[in-house]
Ligand binder design. Sequence first.
Ligand SMILES: Nc1ncnc2c1ncn2[C@@H]1O[C@H](COP(=O)(O)OP(=O)(O)OP(=O)(O)O)[C@@H](O)[C@H]1O
Ligand SMILES: [Mg+2]
Length: 148
Amino acid sequence: MPVQETNHISYQRSFYIEGGNFNYAGIVSTSIKSILKQMDFPSNVVRKCSIVCYESEINVVSYARKGVVNLTINSNTIQIEVIDEGPGIPNIDLAMQEGYSTATQKIREMGFGAGMGLHNIESYSDAFIISSELGKGTRLLMTINIKQ
Ligand SMILES: Nc1ncnc2c1ncn2[C@@H]1O[C@H](COP(=O)(O)OP(=O)(O)OP(=O)(O)O)[C@@H](O)[C@H]1O
Ligand SMILES: [Mg+2]
């Protein structure tokens, strides 16, 4: 009997991010990286997921109150959704531009604020969706194809 090919969800897990706390900044992307490595995904797939996850996690820590990362592994794709509660982004086109940053002195002292994060997220994702509501928060959805 022919079996219909569908894009099954095989793994799903959520991670919490605390805004403003740089002590734990990067811990979610490190966890996701080790999960994907353990599942034996190709190193370039793991690398792309780690980069997009890290950049969005740092943005939540830097600019939002709190956030959640939803990792969903399907048969063809890995999806990383990052939703935060925060100020939102007033002008997404501007925020996406290389070098645009509103990072404070404190964020810059932590080594961030080059204005490259969103640009890198877009270029390392195979599909990227960003939406934001002022005063509410921001949602990013990054899709990485498993077969590159
Ligand atoms: N989750 C967010 N909530 C509110 N504003 C955000 C969020 N993510 C990004 N921004 C805004 O978009 C700007 C650009 O973000 P981007 O990640 O590209 O650069 P950056 O964080 O300033 O510097 P870098 O990522 O290179 O360290 C930020 O400076 C900030 O103003
Ligand atoms: Mg950033």
